[in-house]
Design a protein around this ligand. Structure first.
Ligand SMILES: Cc1cc2nc3c(=O)[nH]c(=O)nc-3n(C[C@H](O)[C@H](O)[C@H](O)COP(=O)(O)OP(=O)(O)OC[C@H]3O[C@@H](n4cnc5c(N)ncnc54)[C@H](O)[C@@H]3O)c2cc1C
Length: 328
């Protein structure tokens, strides 16, 4: 059988693997449980508001993603305003060194990057992989047969898939933190602030991150509308994950009111997005998990780091391993 690679998950890691394999002439099929690409790189639009609900920007940091992002695909816009910090909601200018890292986001939303990456790839949407079967050297998922399999979901979900074929990998170290993300829409002019986002570097306040989406991506929404994304700390998210949305929104809008004034306590629209596995706090090692010659490979962000550039790198490195094998 010719090389045929099944990839579970069409997030950035899966898309990167498929793109690199396709460029090398190897057939790859992506199996994705949702109805869209991008995974944690996701944009939501509602009533004229547009929010990036998970990852907020892309910092390529000279990695392999950089050429794809800035040269091969329609490039995103640079984010011009810096990240500032807050201490107990008292706002301070951010760290100049940290702000010198170039960050990007597509004007229409960060998920545009995933859609551009996905162009021309074979993706089966609404396809949740619940079990894998092995027949000799081949892997089967439903009626599809593959010579290689790449698993990209967060490590805890990948571990469940491995159990279905009695496979194990040294992945026990990888642990993820949850994140409650609150999307707020206001029919108010955008606050006149010098930053696009606020960060609590001490992680001691529940409000860990606040992004003003229109200042991050000017032109994303019509004037007179403001979209904010508040991400809550790991501790707060863990302790309050099961709480009702109404309560979570009330807590967050109290903080926003303190920052911008009382009219910001009542948004026109509020949506709570619960990320059970937002980013890894602890990693397993890519080299220990993916041994050369293996036909079952893992490309989760729990191996190389919980950022878009690192997820891309994990996917591309897995493709390298397969391409090396395929051309032997
Ligand atoms: C709130 C938040 C803020 C973040 N901020 C940033 C940031 O600013 N910058 C940055 O670089 N990174 C950020 N990240 C991290 C970044 O989004 C991730 O590291 C990266 O997107 C992970 O990509 P991935 O492809 O490894 O995984 P995912 O994006 O999780 O993709 C996995 C895919 O697999 C699918 N899937 C899962 N299980 C199955 C199954 N059984 N069958 C079929 N499909 C399945 C999922 O639907 C998903 O599409 C943030 C993440 C969150 C949640």
């Amino acid at each position: 059988m010719m090389e045929r690679v099944g990839i579970v998950g069409a997030g950035i890691a899966g898309l990167a693997a498929a793109r690199e394999l396709k460029a090398a002439g190897i057939e790859a099929v992506l199996l994705e449980k949702s109805r869209g690409v991008g995974g944690r790189v996701h944009t939501r639009s509602q009533e004229g508001f547009v929010w990036d609900t998970g990852a907020t920007s892309i910092a390529p940091r000279g990695k392999r993603i950089q050429k794809v992002l800035l040269e091969e695909l329609d490039p995103p816009a640079p984010i011009l305003r810096p990240i500032w910090t807050h201490e107990g909601l008292r706002v301070r200018p951010g760290d100049t060194a940290k702000n010198s890292t170039p960050r990007f986001c597509h004007t229409q939303g960060i998920q545009t990057f995933a859609k551009l990456l996905a162009h021309g790839l074979d993706i089966r949407f609404n396809t949740t992989v619940e079990r894998i079967e092995k027949e000799g050297d081949l892997y089967k998922i439903g009626e599809e047969t593959f010579t290689h399999l790449v698993l990209t979901p967060p490590i805890p979900q990948t571990a469940q898939l491995l159990w279905t074929i009695d496979e194990s990998r040294p992945i026990a170290n990888a642990r993820y933190r949850p994140c409650l993300s609150v999307l707020l829409g206001y029919d108010l002019e955008t606050p006149e602030v010098d930053y696009h986002a606020l960060l609590d570097p001490t992680q001691s306040h529940p409000l860990t991150w606040l992004s003003v989406e229109n200042l991050k991506s000017p032109g994303r929404m019509e004037d007179g509308k403001t979209a904010l994304v508040a991400q809550l700390s790991s501790r707060f998210s863990q302790e309050n994950f099961a709480k009702e949305d109404e309560w979570i929104v009330h807590v967050v809008t109290t903080f926003i009111g303190t920052l911008y004034g009382s009219s910001w306590k009542t948004p026109s629209l509020a949506v709570v997005k619960k990320w059970k596995y937002s980013q890894p706090d602890n990693l397993a090692r890519f080299e220990n998990v993916n041994t050369p010659g293996s036909r079952l490979l893992l490309a989760s962000d729990g191996l190389m780091g919980g950022r878009i550039d690192e997820a891309y790198e994990a996917g591309a490195r897995v493709a390298d391993l397969i391409i090396g094998r395929a051309t032997q």
